[in-house]
Ligand binder design. Structure first.
Ligand SMILES: [Zn+2]
Length: 583
């Protein structure tokens, strides 16, 4: 840690047996987050030496360098990395805390990727209270965790992020395996015991799902949670996860502990924890064949994120139910939200989840105002594909998706899988071919048979009046300044009227009263889209007054009759039901 205040790590890299022209590079992306992020833009001051002799370094491209050296002598590189991104994907350093992913800090030595690596982290002398947490294998470390760690290859080295600071730390066992949870930045009211208790239940439910009473594939596991004022996210690793959440989401001492009263914020955090932990199996071990060896230099394409992210999203909430942290009604509320997100995105008719997976690098991870029209989330629709498969299997009494997931694990030995593997396992486990369903649901853009499948489980689908932004096909921001249009959904009345993202919707004007054209039309200032029916009443054709680039526009807007949004109601029998979603 070269400077806490200047957010800089100093790195010294020794290559014992370099090539005569040794190439080194920094990854352009971090596995699990499918966007080229160009980590090398924060690397500076690269020098190379052999003994006291300086070696020439030549930059080859945005992230690679060649070093001319003597292959008979060790090569030592030195450089600094600026680290001031408070996310789970890169690196951070200040006077309060440090965190880094190897993909941000540790150069890849070409030709030596498959060889053993060692990482030594030195404690910052000015912070004797700091500790180090990582799931990497320790070789010689002190009581605080500083010292030397080892990894079998470069991919393993960079799959173990490192947390530094005076963090809170707790431990529990699940499935006989030690788990550690470290939390940085929590408020004094944080109820650590409650968090450990609840997370332990989630871990046990996950292990039970994959292995029954057997042991999981990991021998230890580390959760690293960074608590900030506003934030949400997680990134999965083979034996650990890095998480970020808002301070208000943590459980507080003295708060009620009953299952039915998990606060929405804490529930969001538990869902995130459940999601990342499920990835320990689904994407870190079972993974697309394309990810068997990552290419750290560019995009790594797969059509299977609907399985690895979508099925993980299906199980993250379901495991909260299985762990007894929420009841059926609370589970259905989460599922309901997911369903409405898909049903309110016209992009589900533009791309299949397989195409959306492939395009993740330029669509999902680079959203703009047209994203809801041009693609569909492989998280949300992928989760619904899992739901449809699970409920179809259950309705036809052909087993459950749990059994299929276990069979996939067995067939692929917890390693790379292809879509053909999944289809074959499904056929075998269910005793019939699911080719038509996979073609429609995964590779098609039609509607999923959600209603009939939910009803087959006793869930009632009721239709309730939609919010008016939804009725008009808009996503908006509403505040004291009025309505700002963020997204215009394809096929909706707002799109037909010619509204555009970036418009300020100022008001509506009603047509002149019949037989009284000389009287000026009534016009109303609009502050909330839900006020449209208040002013329009039974009038079906109004004029929307809109500002675009400071020009005032009058757009003819046809108001449709009210549309509806789904609301799921739990089957009678409540939480005592012995079937889905409880089991
Ligand atoms: Zn995920």
């Amino acid at each position: 840690m070269a400077s806490l205040e200047r957010h800089r790590y100093a790195v010294e890299l020794t290559v014992a047996q370099p090539a005569a022209r040794q190439r080194v590079s920094l990854p352009v992306w971090i596995p699990g987050s499918y966007l080229v992020r160009e980590f090398a833009r924060h690397l500076h001051g690269l020098t190379a030496q052999q003994g006291r002799r300086a070696c020439a370094t030549v930059q080859i491209d945005k992230c690679s360098w060649d070093i001319e050296c003597d292959p008979r002598r060790p090569l030592v590189l030195r450089y600094e990395v600026y680290a001031f991104d408070d996310s789970v994907r890169t690196a951070w350093l200040d006077a309060e805390r440090g965190f880094f992913n190897g993909t941000s800090l540790l150069l890849r030595v070409h030709g030596h990727e498959q060889g053993a690596h060692a990482l030594t982290v030195l404690a910052p002398p000015q912070r004797p209270d700091w500790q180090l947490a990582t799931a990497m294998t320790p070789q010689a470390v002190d009581r605080r965790g500083f010292g030397r760690y080892v990894a079998a290859d470069y991919a393993e080295l960079v799959d173990h992020p490192v947390e530094l600071g005076a963090f809170w730390s707790g431990r529990f066992k699940a499935g006989g395996v030690p788990h550690r949870f470290v939390v940085a930045g929590a408020a004094p009211s944080f109820d650590g015991a409650r968090l450990l208790r609840d997370v332990q239940k989630i871990c046990e439910a996950a292990i039970r799902l994959w292995h029954g009473a057997g042991r999981p594939p990991h021998r230890h596991y580390l959760f690293m949670l960074n608590v900030v004022d506003e934030g949400y996210g997680g990134l999965e690793h083979r034996n650990s996860t890095a998480l970020i959440c808002a301070r208000g989401e943590l459980p507080r001492q003295g708060a009620p502990a009953s299952a039915a009263r998990v606060g929405d914020g804490y529930l969001t955090l538990l869902g995130l924890i459940s999601h990342e932990y499920f990835h320990t199996w689904n994407v870190k071990r079972l993974r697309p064949t394309e990810f068997e060896h990552y290419d750290f230099g560019g995009e790594n394409y797969t059509r299977l994120l609907w399985f690895f992210e979508g099925f993980t999203s299906y199980y993250d909430d379901l495991l909260l139910r299985r762990a007894g942290l929420i009841d059926d009604a609370a589970y259905l509320k989460l599922l309901n939200k997911n369903i409405n997100q898909v049903l309110q995105a016209p992009g589900r008719r533009a791309q299949s989840v397989a195409q959306a997976s492939f395009d993740a690098w330029v669509r999902y991870y680079r959203p703009d105002e047209n994203t809801p029209n041009s693609t569909i989330s492989y998280y949300t629709k992928g989760a619904l594909v899992a739901l449809c498969l699970d409920l179809t299997l259950r309705r036809e009494e052909r087993g459950t998706l749990d059994e299929v997931m276990r069979a996939v694990w067995r067939r692929c030995g917890g390693g790379p899988i292809s879509e053909a593997d999944f289809a074959a396992v499904l056929t075998e486990a269910a005793g019939r071919d699911f080719g038509r369903e996979l073609a429609d649901w995964v590779h098609g853009t039609g509607e999923l048979p959600l209603r009939e499948l939910l009803e087959s489980q006793g869930v009632t689908v009721s239709e309730e009046p939609s919010q008016w932004a939804q009725v008009l096909g808009l996503r908006v921001g509403e505040g004291t300044g009025g309505i700002s249009i963020k997204v215009v959904l394809d096929g909706g009345p707002a799109a037909q009227a010619g509204m555009a993202a970036g418009d300020e919707w100022l008001g509506i004007e009603l047509p002149p009263r019949r037989g009284a054209p000389a009287i000026p039309p009534a016009a109303w200032r609009l502050m909330r889209v839900d006020d449209v029916p208040l002013y329009a009443g039974a009038t079906r054709r109004v004029t929307a007054l809109v500002a675009r680039d400071k020009r005032l526009l009058r757009l003819p807007l046809a108001l449709p009759r009210q549309t509806t949004t789904w609301r799921l109601l739990a089957p009678s029998g409540g939480s005592d039901r012995a079937t889905w979603p409880g089991r």
